[in-house]
Design a protein. Sequence first.
Length: 167
Amino acid sequence: MSAAPDLIEPVVGFRAWRIVKDRLHSPYIPCTWDGRDMHAVCYPANRTLTRGVGWLDAPHESPHPDCQCGVYAYHAPGTQRWYGEWHWVEGVVTAWGRIEAHREGLRAQHARIQALAHPPRNEPERRRLVEAIAADLDVPLVPWDGLREEAARHGAPLPSRMLPGAA
């Protein structure tokens, strides 16, 4: 779906970030979240990382149905539970603007961090980093198993009628 209908409340999703030097970064591309809000741009570096596969060369607004750009979020927390050697954190985002719906998640034009989750295991350094980032962003820090409840405070999931394969 290339255009989201007018939705009454914000769309909520879940995503994860790598933590590098007390900052949140996309897990897969060289993109740093400088605050709570992220506004999608199709970065030329992304095309280089994948040898151009799946990315448009022509200028376009993000997200685009024929490109992989956009701010990603999953429909459920915990879709990806490990990000290699990096410290990482999961959280709740609200998404708005153009939205591309996918089976496991969405790509949005804009997203805002609404909450971060305590790491699921007792990892003191990771916990310290997550607590500092949550304080810096002025967002609540919630137990991982409370992410869905926290998300419900900020909006609703993407309506099922918008998901691929919906009748």
